[in-house]
Design a protein around this ligand. Structure first.
Ligand code: SF4
Length: 401
């Protein structure tokens, strides 16, 4: 077992929960009981979740004040600190840092920001992976002695929740993150291959410390289009699985229900059994408040759209969600006769209604009678542009191919 000096007792890890109105003060207080002396002279990479174009306070990206406290606390312990991110496909890292308020905070603290998509990745073997055998990991990760995962507490439509363990997927290089969404299903399990892959990823890529920002989290249609949920907590611990298990309980679910956590724990990457985790303070469960789960059907959330999904992978589902989130309100102009716009994803469609918006390469065979957007997956702006072209060219399906 690799020894993490911040986690001296891996069989019974500690997790600290702090509740209060001030996210900076909560974070500082959550780190107070931790022995950070091992960080003296070390290089520490803070990995917040700044994966999407979203302003501070929306629950989509990590609160910069939580990261500010981490910068101060780890510097006080004698570490050199930087902040790095590789966002989702189609998002520019520096623009996301700017909009989220992370750039302003980093400037104030004179803390370097790293666009981890800039350098070539390091291909890293995953020797015991069940569904992956290697990962393209951002090269910057290897320049640091310690990685600190600082996610925001969110519901995730594909993985149940996204917390400290899942946040490390943002250390995978550029589009290689999407590869984990496109793995074939294993016959011998009900678990999604994406969840098994995150459990595999944790065997080679997991943080030395996790600080979960639950000041304003996200419920419902996470990770990008949910509803902000104010919980005013910070959860901190050296075992990311233990911290995630505590956060799950605060969100009204168990870590065992979250398949990537169950899979990673089964791989020996951490502890999710609350009976084995020392959580401080004793009354921490008083701060729990149920987070609403993601709806099973996107059409409930976007009534102007009828989603036809047959055998798609979660990459196209995410693309569709991002598209609807960003352009949903503009779709009224493209809806024929007040009927919901039919949108198809996935390779399982035998036939599709005339005029269906066909998203992704898997729907290519239906492009004749529909509005086809190539790509695997395409990005939201490309889908909207295709719809606009279709409208401008008098609904000729040829115009947009
Ligand atoms: S087109 Fe979409 S559903 Fe098909 S493999 Fe690509 S991302 Fe997945």
């Amino acid at each position: 077992m690799i020894v993490n000096p911040l986690n001296p007792n891996p069989r019974a890890p500690e997790v600290h929960v702090v509740h209060g109105a001030d996210a900076y003060a909560n974070t500082m207080a959550s780190l107070k009981g931790i022995d950070l002396s091992a960080l003296k002279g070390a290089k520490v990479l803070l990995k917040p979740n700044v994966g999407r174009m979203s302003k501070a306070g929306t629950g989509v990206n990590t609160n910069p004040q939580v990261v500010a406290a981490a910068v101060d606390a780890f510097r006080k312990a004698g570490a050199t600190v930087a902040i790095g991110e590789s966002p989702i496909t189609g998002v520019n890292t520096l623009e996301a840092f700017e909009l989220s308020g992370m750039s302003a905070m980093a400037k104030e603290k004179s803390c370097p920001l790293i666009d981890m998509d800039e350098r070539k990745p390091v291909i890293t073997p995953v020797p015991n992976g069940r569904v992956i055998d290697s990962l393209k990991i951002c090269a910057d990760v290897f320049d640091f002695d310690y990685i600190v995962s600082i996610p925001v507490m969110k519901i995730h439509m594909h993985t149940g929740v996204t917390l400290g363990v899942k946040n490390m997927k943002g250390c995978l290089w550029r589009r290689s993150k999407v590869d984990l969404h496109m793995l074939p299903h294993l016959d011998d399990t009900a678990d999604k291959s994406l969840d098994i892959a995150i459990g595999d990823m944790a065997t080679v890529l997991r943080p030395h410390f996790t600080i979960i920002d639950g000041s304003i989290g996200l419920e419902g249609l996470g990770p990008g289009a949910g509803t902000p949920k104010e919980l005013n907590v910070v959860v901190a611990g050296a075992d990311a699985f233990a911290a995630d298990a505590v956060a799950c309980r605060l969100m009204g679910r168990t870590a065992n229900e979250v398949s990537h956590l169950r899979n990673g724990a089964a791989n020996g990457c951490g502890v999710i059994d609350l009976d084995r985790i020392k959580v401080y303070p004793e009354n921490w469960q008083n701060y729990a408040s149920d987070f609403q789960a993601a709806p099973k059907n996107l059409s409930f959330e976007f009534p102007d759209v009828e989603v036809l999904d047959k055998n798609s992978c979660s990459a196209c589902q995410s693309t569709l969600l991002l598209f609807l989130q960003r352009f949903g309100e503009s779709l009224a102009d493209y809806i024929p006769n007040g009927e919901p716009l039919k949108v198809a994803i996935g390779k399982g469609h035998e036939t599709l209604p005339e005029g269906t918006l066909c998203i992704g390469q898997c729907t290519a065979r239906h492009k004749e009678g529909g509005i086809f957007v190539p790509g695997c997956p395409p990005v939201g702006s490309q889908i909207f542009k295709t719809l606009q072209c279709h409208e401008q060219n008098g609904n000729s399906s040829e115009a947009m191919q």
